[in-house]
Design a protein around this ligand. Sequence first.
Ligand SMILES: [Zn+2]
Length: 464
Amino acid sequence: MGELRGSDLTLVREQLGRDPTARFSVVARCAEGHPLVIRNHPVGAGGHPFPTLFWLTCPAAVKAVSRVEAQGAIGRLNDRAEVDEGFARALVAAHETYAAERAAALPEARTWGGVGGTRTGVKCLHAHYANHLAGGDDPVGAWVAVEVEPIHDERSSRVAAIDQGTNSIRLLVAEPDGRGGFHELARDMVITRLGRGVDETGRIAPDALRRTVDVLATYCRRARALHAERIRVGATSAVRDASNREGYERAVLEHAGSALEVITGEHEAALSFLGATARLDVEGAGPSYLVLDIGGGSTELVVGAAEPVAAVSTQMGSVRLTERFFTTDPPSAPELEAMAAAIEIVLDDVEAAIPIDDARTFLSVAGTATTMQAISLDLPFYDPERIHRTWLSLTEAEAVLERLTAMTNAERTALPVMAPGRGDVIVAGALVLVRVMRRFGFDRALVSETDILDGLALEMLAVR
Ligand SMILES: [Zn+2]
């Protein structure tokens, strides 16, 4: 899923001159920040089918593609498909992949045609170009890109960072803003559970690997379509601990064109700190921090001020804890007690390892904390603009934990702000957050959307 900010809704509404009828997220942006490509839910308001999965929304890009269409390009491309067998085959494959991608959100939508709803050949270059920018392997979209780009001037060298976690794979494509930060061109996350079972078997499961590599390939194509000059893939806990990580390493080399970086726990902690604290300017925050990064496989705690001073990486992740302690749905009181006791034992070690008393402000990054804040704020959809760098009090966190604990997996999964795949593991993550706050005496947490992924990108931009 890409992201959706409240401001995106406003912009798309202005462009359409009405409310958008289908739910959407933004998969790519122009450097100016406006949506370049959005991803539509296959069914719009009133149950109308919506075959255009990826929609080109930048007005300048739409105009440029229309110009190419007006010059008769659709006819010429269809002629080419008649005689160029390789091109025709790639076009068929693009239609099939597009239909499959749409069907992932709604199985019956597979039969609604391929790119933009077209069954064969080429009908709309806007749809093909949007598919290309979203990371589709689309020969028509790639051809259009050559014809129309650059749309806006691209001033500086762009980079892409991919964070391969235990639970999720995430993408950030960034353009330096000349002031030490960057503009976001794409930010995306899919929960593929690469680390499912690694705790028990020490190995990555073949189906988890396949799911993850599919997303990785799409992310790398999207990064390239957005002209990222370098793609960096950093992997943390699950991959770090898996004995059979060569399969994933090969895929990274093939798709990203760079070697996989296996990030140590210590480096992971430093990157989280960098991403969380970069250009942090919030009333009441600072000047020293404890950063908590609850992951699927591991959880990092870092103390620092301008720089990280001390860090600890623990094996206490939300996926790992869930697999170890929960067998009933919703979890039983004894299961929760056992998990809490295990967390407290880990926190004993944490307390001994890093000087937590030095930290004035508690920063909580990653999906557990941001989703808890979204629930606490009762957001109608997951809006990072409403969540990033806002305070979540201990009382609020406890209330959310209590709510989540009483719900079944299905009920949690159905919450409008819950990312697909997070509903079953968020209770464990929420328990970690609440326990850390209580244990170390923080009565509020500053929740941050920026974390290790931003740290990876900032490091890339710094070593240009
Ligand atoms: Zn634009």
